[in-house]
Design a protein around this ligand. Structure first.
Ligand code: HPA
Length: 235
């Protein structure tokens, strides 16, 4: 028996989970990197595969887009499936010319103005730190594999299409880039005393307006995927 939103049996989800936003990316990662991947969820089109990476059980589970969707799946994974650690792997829009297209940002914290925290837990948190342990594993792996990854804060927004193009407030709060899921993941990790973080590849710039095309978004993210897999098996 699964949950309201996940059909996998309890034992079919590994303790270590990677979460891309896109189901096609979950399938791509499972087929390319996991030994004997088994499809364990396809409810609502969110795909999850469990297999082994270098002998360690790993599940790749698509989160869908936004705080709402990530909020549901990460809650159920931590609380019902006893998942220990989740690394989100996704894309983000850059707020600074320091982070260019295809650069990698490891989210040491997420800022959000969302009401998700108040509605889920009755407190306004705003900034949540990610797992120091996972971040250390990621930065060690990056150094070892000569992958250029840098730590920084991410802004988790609820609106992709925005009329207000003034990002000064978010930049002043230390945010390097914007995406739509990390805050919900870190909120649930904190709630259940679990480990979570996010590795984000810059897909577009809100300053220079360069962007990578949707196909590259799906497939040219191998460096980030490898970094996530190599790091999650260490923790
Ligand atoms: N805004 C919100 N989410 C995003 C963006 C963006 O510009 N790029 C990638 N995810």
């Amino acid at each position: 028996m699964g949950t309201v939103h996940i059909e996998a049996e309890k034992g079919q989800i590994a303790k270590r989970v990677l979460m891309p936003g896109d189901p096609n990316r979950a399938k791509y990662i499972a087929e390319k990197y996991l030994e004997n991947p088994i499809l364990v969820n396809q409810l609502r089109g969110e795909l999850a595969f469990t297999g082994k990476y270098k002998g360690v059980d790993v599940t790749v589970f698509s989160s869908g887009m936004g705080i709402g969707s990530m909020g549901i799946y990460s809650y159920e994974l931590f609380n019902f499936y006893d998942v220990d650690s989740i690394i989100r792997i996704g894309t983000a829009g850059s707020y600074t010319t320091d982070f260019k297209i295809f650069d990698i940002l490891v989210a040491d914290s997420a800022y959000s103005k969302t009401d998700f925290d108040e509605e889920a837990g009755r407190e306004d948190v705003e900034i949540i730190n990610s797992s120091f342990e996972l971040n250390s594993a990621i930065m060690d792996t990056a150094a070892l594999k000569r992958i250029n990854a840098r730590l920084g804060r991410v802004h988790t927004t609820e609106a992709f299409y925005t009329e207000n193009k003034d990002y000064t407030k978010f930049i002043e709060l230390g945010c390097k880039a914007v995406e739509m899921e990390t805050y919900a993941l870190l909120y649930n990790a904190k709630k259940f005393l679990k480990k979570a973080t996010a590795i984000l590849t810059i897909s577009d710039s809100l300053i220079t307006h360069e962007e990578i095309d949707p196909k590259a978004r799906e497939q040219k993210l191998d460096e980030m995927i490898l970094l996530a897999l190599e790091s999650i098996i260490k923790k």
